[in-house]
Structure formats: structure tokens, C-alpha cells
Ligand binder design. Structure first.
Ligand SMILES: NC(=O)c1ccc[n+]([C@@H]2O[C@H](COP(=O)([O-])OP(=O)(O)OC[C@H]3O[C@@H](n4cnc5c(N)ncnc54)[C@H](OP(=O)(O)O)[C@@H]3O)[C@@H](O)[C@H]2O)c1
Length: 244
């Protein structure tokens, strides 16, 4: 994958993994656009990395998606790389009786449906040039569910399935599809997991970029490669490793 002089859109680029990737890709002479729900967070990100273009967009909101696509179409002739990174994760007790439909659909829409929709909406811009790429931030929890984040794990499992179908369908247009499986990364999403070993977002982004240059379909970082192998040999052992 070529990673210089490209136009890159990173969803959820205002913190954590998305921001670390945005910073590194902007430093490599790419035009990087980030989106997120919170305008203040986007402006803070831009103050850290002045070359970033910021667009407020909730990927679960139809109006926001329409505005984002119109903005991009008017401003950029093509998008070379879409990084589907926006995500949320909620610990949920499924027996509590207090989980609303909104909590469930929000988590599925952010982690799966929104990513599918934005990918299809941006497909004409992605194929306006040759050699476009689409990168998804998947999760090892989509392969082996973590029982206390059940909707997140289910959404990432659904996303993984979608990514495999997408990769096959878009190959005929020369579009490359990559799914990344991060280890536990130090970001706002994991800040409450205080006793776990975490990789910094900066190291993770550097690592991912190195792998992207090598054109793999799937990128496993840290312990996720071992987990993926264990899961094929013994799903029970893999479930134990994730859930204790
Ligand atoms: N951190 C880890 O250990 C880890 C491990 C495996 C996979 N991942 C995946 O990596 C990705 C990034 O995670 P992270 O740890 O960097 O999380 P993070 O720091 O919480 O960042 C999430 C980003 O997504 C944005 N976002 C959330 N909902 C959105 C929506 N509906 N529309 C647009 N933007 C939205 C957030 O900004 P706003 O709040 O302003 O919208 C923020 O910029 C996620 O897909 C996550 O599932 C992370």
C-alpha cells in the first residue's frame, strides 16, 4: 500500500488509535481528514496536528453522513484510503433488565452498520482513482467474545464477516481491504482497564503502518496473533485467555 501523497479519511480520528494514525500519516505527506462526533475533540486534535482537516460527523447519523460525503466530493477528487476506526465499547450486564434498545443499536451502528454504510457511500470516491484501500479496525474480541462487552464483541464479529465479503467483491476494482486486530492499546476506550498490559497508541500506529506497507489482508499486533492461532486449535482455551 502506498502511504505518501494520498488522501486519507480516518473515522474517529480525534483520539486514541485514530489520532495516532492521523498524526503519522500527516507527517508522511498525506492529506488527512478526520471525523468524529465531538467538535471540541476534533479541534483539540487539530491543535496537536495542524495539518489535519476536521469534519464533524456521527457515522450513525444519516444527515451527517450525507454532509460528509458532499463535503468530500466537493473538496477532493478522490479518497485513496478510508480508515474505518470509529468505535465505542460498553460493559453490559445482559441480565440487568435495564439495557435499552438505544444502547444496543448505538453500539452495533457505531462498530458495524455505520462502517458498512460509510464504506459503500464513499466507494465512488474510493474508485475515482486506482489502488484505493480500505482499512478496518477490527478486534480480537470479534473472533473470541469478551463476555462483559457482549454487544461490542458481536458487532466486531459481524464486521469481520462483512470485511471478508467486501474484500472479495472489491478486488475486481483493484481495491485493497485490510482488517487490523489490535492488542490492548492505551486509549480513552481502555483507560478503565488499569491492571492490563497495554501498547501505546503511538507504537501501535507505527507498527500498523509498517504492516500496511507490506500489503497483508489481516494485521495482528501483540498477543492477537497467538490468540487467533489458539482459537483455531482450541476455542475453549482462547475463551479462557480472554475471559479468565
Ligand atoms: N484500544 C484498544 O485496545 C482497541 C483494541 C481493539 C480494537 N480497537 C478498535 O480501535 C478503534 C479505535 O479505538 P480507540 O481505542 O482509539 O478508541 P477511542 O480513543 O475511544 O476513539 C474512538 C474514536 O471514535 C470516535 N467515535 C465514536 N463514536 C463515533 C461515531 N458514532 N461517529 C464518529 N466517530 C465516532 C470518537 O470521537 P467522538 O467521541 O468525538 O465521536 C473517537 O475519535 C475502535 O474501532 C476500537 O474498537 C481498540
Amino acid at each position: 500500500m502506498k502511504l505518501t501523497h494520498r488522501t486519507v479519511l480516518i473515522t474517529g480520528g480525534s483520539s486514541g488509535i485514530g489520532l495516532a494514525l492521523a498524526e503519522k500519516l500527516a507527517a508522511q505527506d498525506n492529506q488527512v481528514i478526520i471525523c468524529g462526533r465531538d467538535q471540541n475533540k476534533l479541534e483539540l486534535a487539530q491543535s496537536q496536528v495542524p495539518d489535519l482537516e476536521i469534519v464533524q460527523c456521527d457515522i450513525t447519523e444519516e444527515n451527517d453522513l450525507r454532509q460528509l460525503v458532499s463535503f468530500l466530493a466537493a473538496r477532493y477528487p478522490s479518497i485513496d484510503l478510508l480508515v474505518n476506526n470509529a468505535g465505542i465499547q460498553q460493559e453490559l450486564d445482559l441480565t440487568s433488565g435495564s439495557i435499552t434498545n438505544e444502547v444496543i443499536t448505538d453500539e452495533i451502528n457505531t462498530n458495524m452498520t455505520g462502517q458498512i454504510i460509510i464504506t459503500l457511500r464513499l466507494y465512488p470516491l474510493l474508485t475515482a482513482n486506482q489502488n484505493a484501500s480500505i482499512v478496518f479496525l477490527g478486534s480480537a474480541l470479534g473472533l473470541v467474545p469478551k463476555y462483559d462487552v457482549p454487544i461490542y464483541s458481536a458487532a466486531k464479529a459481524g464486521l469481520h464477516s462483512f470485511v471478508n465479503s467486501l474484500r472479495e467483491q472489491v478486488a475486481r476494482d483493484g481495491v485493497q481491504v485490510v482488517e487490523v486486530f489490535p492488542d490492548v492499546i492505551e486509549t480513552p476506550m481502555t483507560q478503565h482497564r488499569i491492571n492490563e498490559a497495554k501498547m501505546s497508541a503511538d507504537n501501535f500506529a507505527e507498527n500498523v503502518i509498517k504492516h500496511l506497507l507490506k500489503d497483508a489482508d489481516e494485521i495482528y499486533t501483540g498477543r492477537t496473533r497467538m490468540l487467533e492461532i489458539f482459537n483455531r486449535v482450541s476455542p475453549t482455551l482462547a475463551a479462557h485467555l480472554i475471559n479468565g
